[in-house]
Ligand binder design. Structure first.
Ligand SMILES: *Cc1c(COP(=O)(O)O)cnc(C)c1O
Length: 404
């Protein structure tokens, strides 16, 4: 087992007080905290090698370029991409998804179909709706059941030769349900559709193997996996990235520019216009190293223990309902208490130092399905403890007494 106290000491914010109480941070689904090594790496970059990349002959530019490209290769190995040029630096999951939907605008035709799931984050709904509006394609939705699981037979029934793209998240941010993406990818490929996986909630908990999954695109954010905000990765199969047009025009992404015609740079630069978040990209590599040093098996063991304890303790509270009761789950508990607005509970326990998310979690269709305005979501990371969960349960009980 992990030495949690030793790990917690890596995260300076975890010893902070909030509202005079020790911070209990259970909003990891929104963003993770950052270890000192990540915080320090940002300063080291600016203190020692700050320069623009891919364009200078001078030494600093070379050092910064090398560090940036080393980070790309590190992430390539982390997700087991075949080539490093299939790994695009982005500003986050949202950017990655929009890059893909923008590209498909030149591919889709009226009558084509895009399949999304009812478990998606707004970031993986709205860009596809916009794409359908632009192209005349139709959006189809994989329904879910009361356990918060996708109804796989209904998915199978949606597929046809009209299906051009299927997109689904690896893990639902609102409920924590882990989707059977390998099956979904295989079935989608059987009708010739491309598949984008929204991996934003998966990468903090597991190491995706994009070749084994055989997905065409896999998008994620750095800030949910101990990395800096404003960083992210879009993995795309070489074949698809060559097929899609560039997302943004500008410096870095060109081979040759004249007013008559511009030719685009090779991958990955074709999709990386302008000066990127150089420090962020380099330090995302530091975060990936940090997580791998802890080990994803260890992370999962700790998080499974936290999930099991939280589920059991919360269900002791009368009138409490957990949403997302499917078997295959990440360390997220989304719940409500009968007759009490989630926001009220969230505000009271915040006064006790406990940070949870309340609301629709950017997944309004899920809330509509359950006919609720939102939930209280406690999302755990490997650096959380059983004692913190007990503190949350006590705080929720107190809030319940105050509000009923
Ligand atoms: C957080 C999240 C996003 C959006 O990520 P950004 O970092 O805000 O771009 C998309 N999908 C899921 C499932 C998420 O959890």
């Amino acid at each position: 087992m992990l030495d949690i106290q030793k790990i917690r000491a890596n995260f300076p914010i975890l010893s902070e007080k909030v509202n005079g109480k020790p911070l209990v941070y259970f909003d990891n689904g929104a963003t993770s905290q950052k270890p000192q090594i990540v915080i320090d790496a940002i300063a080291t970059y600016y203190q020692e090698i700050n320069a623009n990349i891919h364009r200078g002959v001078h030494t600093l530019s070379q050092l910064a370029t090398d560090a940036y490209e080393i980070s790309r290769v590190k992430i390539q190995h982390h997700i087991n991409a075949k080539f490093s040029h299939e790994v695009l630096f982005t500003s986050g999951t949202t950017f990655g998804i929009n890059l893909v939907t923008n590209g498909f605008a030149s591919i889709l035709k009226p009558g084509d179909e895009v399949v999304v799931s009812s478990l998606e984050h707004h970031s993986n709904i709205v860009p596809w709706q916009m794409l359908c509006e632009r192209t005349g394609a139709t959006l189809k939705v994989i329904p879910m059941n009361e356990e918060g699981e996708l109804i796989i037979e209904a998915f199978d029934a949606l597929l046809s030769e009209k299906t051009k793209v299927v997109t689904v998240n690896h893990i639902s941010n609102a409920l924590g349900i882990i989707n059977p993406i390998k099956y979904i990818i295989e079935k989608a490929h059987a009708v010739g559709a491309a598949v984008l996986i929204d991996g934003a909630q998966a990468v903090p908990h597991l190491k995706p193997d994009v070749q084994d999954l055989d997905c065409d695109f896999y998008a994620f954010s750095g800030h949910k996996m101990c990395g800096p905000t404003g960083t992210g990765i879009l993995y795309g199969k070489e074949e698809w990235l060559n097929k899609l047009p560039p997302y943004q025009g500008g410096g870095e992404m060109i081979k040759e520019v004249t007013f008559e015609k511009t030719t685009y740079a090779d991958l990955p630069h074709k999709f990386e216009a302008g000066t990127p978040n150089i420090a962020g990209g380099i330090v995302l590599g530091t975060a990936v190293d940090y997580l791998n040093n802890i080990g994803f098996e260890n992370i999962q063991k700790q998080e499974e223990a936290l999930l099991a304890h939280a589920t059991k303790r919360l269900l002791e509270i009368e009138g409490l309902r957990i949403y997302g009761t499917g078997k295959n789950k990440a360390s997220v508990v989304s719940f409500n208490i009968d007759g009490i607005h989630p926001y009220d509970i969230g505000s009271i326990i915040d006064k006790l130092g406990i940070a949870v998310r309340t609301g629709h979690h950017c997944a309004q269709p899920i809330m509509n399905f359950f006919c609720i305005p939102g939930t209280i979501r406690a999302s755990f990371s490997f650096y959380n403890t059983i004692e913190e969960i007990d503190a949350m349960v006590e705080a929720v009980k107190k809030a319940k007494t105050m509000l009923s």
